[in-house]
Each structure stands twice: as structure tokens, then as C-alpha cells.
Design a binder for this molecule. Structure first.
Ligand SMILES: [Zn+2]
Length: 418
């Protein structure tokens, strides 16, 4: 009997797949040992790598026997191992007596309570298991860089099959990973959930990521994007821009989280907002944004000249919705405002419509644009309007960006089709 040790945080399905591999089989060859409900998650590229399986008690016993590992060891390593398959699982009543047949239910891992899943660092897995093997693990978005091997673990199930990004040409990403635990400790000491702080900061930085297409002096992100894409994103620029987003913006995300937790920065927010007197709008060149742009290595972002004003709000290159909400909450707390349910008083609360689009959603939109563009050409429609969404124009935009130059051109919305 082989012994196959589980990796910490691994999905049960990833473990079962590796087990099959050790027996020299495809995972599908092991499946008939269990009775399955639901269907194996699929997408356009075939079976999804972020599948998860919930096993009945007899099903768990069988997996432990095949792997040569005690059930409690599997339960310690595999977050979903003891999750009950929901009602509808065949033979469930019989299993409580211990005589049931092994059964399992399919689901999508990231739809569960254990959070998103990513491809584990293959070099860590090889060192641990002695095998060249793919491990899919539950990994929080703030733990995606393997600082030891300089690799970024990409989300599994986003619709691509790319496992990792090489960070060796962008060492600031792994440096930010090493800096994160300190920021998390500061958050916890301040009574905030580090994961919520990260999520808020990430939403803000993702909004900047879109706005940055219009930052004419931006050089850092284009250079880092090409670096993690192996030196040059090439003709797949827009694809890389989606799958590498979270890695590229990770240093700024950690910097912003640290800045928002810094009492000195909270003091600047308070001063900028009127310090308890007449409320003033946040200015892009105010003390908070000046210091923030310096910490982000982009001091020129504070030099916006005359800031455009909408109602009481001054526009600014870093003025993203979730950031202004967070800053507003700080000032409301300090002013002593009350709300029976705490509305507006939680700096780390993120509105649903402020959540950044997932890689999966963005890749689908990208594919749709490509299809529309191809269809436009196929029917011989007068090119311009349709092609503006992709195709030839996209390549020209990419060429501009490779030199770190003005991104204005590539955000211009395509004119509506006639
Ligand atoms: Zn590693």
C-alpha cells in the first residue's frame, strides 16, 4: 500500500488526483470507487481545476485507506475533508450506521466556505512530495507569493490553466509578501480583521489599476506586468493584464493597507477633512494623498493642478470609491457620529459594487470582445467601430504600452456599432 501525504490546505479533489497519479492512473480511473452526485465542474477548457469533492463517512474512510493516511491526519490537512455532502447524497441514511457505500458530491471549491483556491507552488510541492505534481490549495489572496521560490500562485478555476507567475524579475512582489505579516499584526492590534483590511485595500488598488491606463507618467505597473509575463506580454497583453493583475498590484496593496492603518495617516485624513470644523472635500494634493503618493513611489500623482469638482467631491487620480468610503468612515468615527447599526462607521466595509471583477469574469469579457470583433470582420461590416473593441487596434495599443507610454488610447470606449 502506498502512502501519499496530504499537503496543508489542499483540496480533497487535488489530494485524490495526486493519489491516482501515484497509482499510475488518471484521476477518472479512481472515481468509480465512489457513488457520485452532482457533476464534475467543467468549463470551456474541460474539467475545472478548482473542483472539490465532499465525501460521505464511508467515502472518507476509503480515501484514507487508499492514501495510507489516518483520517484525522487528512482532516487536519484538507480543509473540506469533513464537510458533509448536502442532502441528496445516495445512501446517506445507511452510512450513519457505518455500512454505507462510499459516496461523494461534486462542487466548485471556491464556492465553498474555505475561500478561493490556487495552484500551489510546484517547487514547494516537489520538495515536499518528491514528485513533479500539481497541488491545488485553499490560499487566501494575501498569501499568494512563495517568497522562497519567487513564484506567484494563480487562482485555479478562473478559466485559464496557467499555474504560476515567475517573480524573479519583480522582487518587490515577494518583498511585499514578507512585509504583509507585520501589516496584519498592526491590523489585529487595532482590532481590525487583517483579511478585511487587505480586501478593502485590494479593491482600491484594483480601481487604480483601471484608472492607471490614463496615468500618463505611470511606468511601474507596465514594467512589472511585462516582467512577470516573462519579459514581454507580447500579443497576449490583455490576457496577461487580467491574470497577472493581483500579483502586479500586490506591493501597492500592502503599502496602502499599511498606510490606512497608520495613525499618522489617519491624522492626515482628519486634518484634510476639516479637523472637526467645516467639512472639506478630500483634495488630491492634500496631506494624506501627498504622503500616500510618495509611499507608492508616484509623487507626481499629487500634482494634478486644478482638480475637477463634482458636487462637493474633488476628483483625483487616486480617488476610488472604496477608498473615499473608508476615509469617510474614519472621519465619522472621529466626529463621534452614531448609527444604531454602525452604517458608515466601518472603515473596512466594502460595498458589493466596489468589489473588483474576478479573473474569470474579465477573461469571459475579453473572449466576448474577441468574438464580436471576429464576427464584425466576418460579416464584412465597415470595420472601424467593431474593430475598436479588439483585433488590430488592440495590438497597436499594446505597442504603445510596452514602452510605458500614454495609456489614454487604450481606454477610449469603442464607438457604438451603427
Ligand atoms: Zn515555493
Amino acid at each position: 500500500m502506498l502512502r501519499v501525504a496530504p499537503m496543508t490546505g489542499e483540496t480533497t479533489w487535488s489530494y485524490l488526483s495526486r493519489l491516482a497519479g501515484r497509482y499510475g492512473m488518471e484521476p477518472a480511473a479512481l472515481l468509480p470507487w465512489w457513488t457520485w452526485s452532482g457533476s464534475r465542474p467543467q468549463d470551456e477548457g474541460g474539467p475545472r481545476d478548482d473542483a472539490e469533492v465532499l465525501l460521505s463517512p464511508a467515502g472518507r474512510r476509503l480515501l484514507a485507506q487508499l492514501g495510507g493516511v489516518a483520517e484525522h491526519d487528512l482532516a487536519r490537512a484538507l480543509p473540506a475533508f469533513n464537510d458533509e455532502p448536502r442532502s441528496g447524497t445516495p445512501d446517506r441514511s445507511g452510512e450513519t450506521a457505518g455500512s454505507g457505500r462510499p459516496a461523494g458530491r461534486w462542487k466548485v471549491a471556491s464556492a465553498g466556505e474555505h475561500g478561493p483556491v490556487a495552484y500551489g507552488c510546484a517547487l514547494c510541492a516537489a520538495a515536499r512530495t518528491g514528485q513533479d505534481t500539481v497541488v491545488v490549495r485553499y490560499v487566501a489572496p494575501w498569501q499568494r507569493a512563495c517568497a522562497r521560490h519567487q513564484r506567484w500562485m494563480l487562482t485555479a478555476g478562473d478559466g485559464h490553466r496557467h499555474h504560476h507567475l515567475d517573480l524573479r524579475a519583480a522582487p518587490e512582489v515577494a518583498a511585499a509578501q514578507r512585509a504583509w505579516p507585520k501589516v496584519a499584526r498592526v491590523a489585529a492590534a487595532a482590532g481590525a480583521d487583517p483579511g478585511r483590511v487587505f480586501t478593502l485595500a485590494h479593491a482600491v488598488v484594483c480601481a487604480w489599476w483601471e484608472q492607471a491606463l490614463q496615468w500618463e507618467r505611470e511606468r511601474i505597473w507596465p514594467a512589472r506586468l511585462h516582467a512577470v509575463a516573462g519579459g514581454d506580454a507580447g500579443p497576449r497583453f490583455w490576457w496577461w493584464r487580467i491574470i497577472a493583475r493581483d500579483a502586479v498590484v500586490f506591493p501597492e496593496t500592502v503599502t496602502l493597507a499599511g498606510a490606512l492603518l497608520d495613525p499618522g495617516m489617519q491624522e492626515r485624513i482628519w486634518e484634510d477633512h476639516g479637523a472637526g470644523g467645516l467639512v472639506r472635500p478630500f483634495r488630491p494634493d492634500g496631506a494624506f494623498f501627498r504622503e500616500l503618493t510618495a509611499r507608492l513611489g508616484r509623487p507626481w500623482l499629487a500634482d494634478t493642478g486644478q482638480a475637477p469638482q463634482t458636487g462637493l467631491v474633488l476628483g483625483g487620480p487616486l480617488h476610488a470609491g472604496p477608498l473615499l468610503e473608508c476615509m469617510g468612515a474614519f472621519t465619522r468615527i472621529r466626529r463621534g457620529q452614531q448609527h444604531p447599526r454602525g452604517y458608515g462607521l466601518d472603515p473596512w466595509w466594502l460595498r458589493a459594487d466596489h468589489r473588483p471583477a474576478s479573473g474569470r469574469v474579465q477573461l469571459r469579457a475579453l473572449a466576448e470582445r474577441a468574438t464580436q470583433s471576429a464576427a464584425g470582420r466576418g460579416t464584412g461590416r465597415s470595420g472601424g467601430a467593431v474593430n475598436a473593441g479588439g483585433g488590430a487596434l488592440m495590438v497597436r495599443r499594446l505597442f504603445r504600452d510596452r514602452h510605458g507610454r500614454a495609456g489614454v488610447a487604450y481606454t477610449a470606449a469603442p464607438p457604438p456599432p451603427q
